[in-house]
Design a protein around this ligand. Structure first.
Ligand code: NI
Length: 157
């Protein structure tokens, strides 16, 4: 296991659409384990493989002790709205309010390729929405409330 470098805003790889995982093998396990080390080392609550420069549809989250690994996650349904403050390890020195679904149901595979489906509110809905956006090249500043402040300072990249 090892820590990997987290790509920062402006790196064009953050804007790519990640590809589905087809092989549930040792390489995937290593990626997942490295992502977990990287997330914890940076005190993050979620991380997408895109953020470590691997353009595969892999997401991990730690929401108050509940740890999730979501491979090829897809949103099955979403309900309602919530507006809370967010940050991102790839967007340093900024946090802002983002509108997200209040409740989200996600289907995915686990690391062994078994199908899973998870429904959650609050942190789960927000974090899963944020991380799945990463897999599609979307950063939270694209949709946050005061993003012009960020774009004025760092440019729109
Ligand atoms: Ni993020």
């Amino acid at each position: 296991m090892a820590k990997r470098k987290v790509l920062k805003y402006g790196d064009e790889r953050l804007r790519k659409v990640a590809k589905p995982v087809t092989d549930f093998d040792e390489d995937l396990f290593e990626l997942l384990d490295d992502m977990r080390d990287t997330m914890y080392a940076n005190n993050g609550m979620g991380l997408a493989a895109t953020q470590v420069g691997v353009l595969k549809r892999v997401v991990i989250m730690d929401l108050g002790g509940s740890f999730y690994e979501l491979i090829n996650p897809e949103i099955v349904s979403s309900e309602g709205e919530q507006e809370e403050e967010e940050g991102c390890l790839s967007v340093p020195n900024f946090s802002d309010i983002v509108k997200r679904p209040a409740k989200l149901t996600v289907k995915a595979k686990d690391r062994y390729g078994y199908s899973i489906q998870i429904s959650g509110e609050k942190y789960f809905a927000r974090c899963a929405s944020h991380e799945i956006d990463h897999l599609n090249g979307i950063l939270y500043v694209d949709k946050s409330k005061h993003n012009e402040k960020y774009f004025n300072k760092y440019g729109k990249k």
